[in-house]
Design a protein around this ligand. Sequence first.
Ligand SMILES: Cc1cc2nc3c(=O)[nH]c(=O)nc-3n(C[C@H](O)[C@H](O)[C@H](O)COP(=O)(O)OP(=O)(O)OC[C@H]3O[C@@H](n4cnc5c(N)ncnc54)[C@H](O)[C@@H]3O)c2cc1C
Length: 421
Amino acid sequence: MISRCEPPPRRCDVAIIGGGPAGLAAATELKNLGIASVVVLEREPQAGGIPRHCGHPPFGMREFKRIYTGPHYARRLVERTLNAAVTLCLDTSVVSIEAGGVLQLTTPMGLHELRATRVIICTGIRETPRAARLVSGQRPLGITTTGALQSMVYLQHKIPFEKPVIVGSELVSFSALLTCKHAKIRPVAMLEQYSRITARWGSQLLPGMLGVPVHLNTRVVEILGQQRVSGVKVCDTKTGKARVLECDGLVFSGQFIAESSLMRSSHLQTDPQTGNPVIDQYGRCSDPEFFATGNMTHPVETAGACWSDGVQTAHHVYASLSGLLGRQDQRLKINVASPHIKYIVPQMLSLPGNHTAQAGMKNISLRFKNPSHGRLSMRSHSGELVTKFIHTLPERRVKLSIPELLTLDPSASLEIQFREK
Ligand SMILES: Cc1cc2nc3c(=O)[nH]c(=O)nc-3n(C[C@H](O)[C@H](O)[C@H](O)COP(=O)(O)OP(=O)(O)OC[C@H]3O[C@@H](n4cnc5c(N)ncnc54)[C@H](O)[C@@H]3O)c2cc1C
């Protein structure tokens, strides 16, 4: 893996927290736009983010018009970043963010304070581990998340089990299947608590091709085993009937949460439900010197989508540095009036002021808590602004167009509503 670790400077134009696809894309684009000093701060000894340990394809179609494995893709991103003369600081964790663009860092040389004119937060996501899922049973060896499994298999060359059960059926659980195939691990089953596989159609063929049975309407109730996992008690969510599947491991996939611990202890406003930073359509936080982008704003999208977010955010940050994004734009909060909706992003819309000519995100992205079918709309006191019918599953992205901003009244109260069919 290519790396060129530099000590952090005291000041820079833009500091980027996190060297995954979103952070590296934003950094490279900002340098290409002519910003003089751009610094990426990455806590790991290598940059590249999650793809470093996803040893399978497909990565890179959008960015490089080629299909790479994750590590190869990560190397290409790092290469591009270094060629653009971005300062890459590895083994460098941001431990606190403060008003005025001040970042406190821990580095191999000790504690360090960096002051940036703009900061972009791209710290990614994590999967919900077993403890937070409230599954009963002992704490035997052999329980992981997909990310932990991949890091064991691809980075440490360890095989944690031979016949695990995979819990979840969103896109990343298919990444778990591919990792198992690579390591010659044979999953005994894939479990999905709802009646449909969450991932889109193409991926749904994979379990059949690999000979892994998919059990729909099936939920884990207890993990069996003292030292090692010996089985898992599952329950049919329709009939309530329980049974035991023999296995020697469990991979909990999905239920992503933003890596937002930095935000929670900062002055930035966060969404109380998710801990994600509150942003407007430019990815701008409540303090306009800070931006957020990539997976941490919308757990979880593909690497290509996060790369694209990073490029877009770089343009917004560039506009902000050039005075083309008004610092005091009028902001409208979007309220969510439905218990079915897990989160929305952006949560604010900045109305075009004297300055703002920059086009931001075109859509509001939403996720639902449960399988949902019905009519989604955005309303203001003057009536319905946009609407659409949706039929979706949890963890699937739903998009709703952002209405024409010039038509919005600055005193409008915006609300997202959902009526089940
Ligand atoms: C297990 C798994 C498998 C996946 N498989 C695929 C796949 O096959 N194909 C695909 O397209 N997508 C896949 N994805 C999605 C893809 O990996 C992500 O969309 C992409 O990596 C997100 O990029 P990002 O830059 O937003 O975040 P990340 O890649 O998560 O990068 C965030 C970076 O921030 C760093 N960081 C966090 N906090 C700090 C801090 N305080 N200080 C300094 N650095 C910090 C982290 O070390 C990390 O390097 C997968 C995701 C997961 C979880």
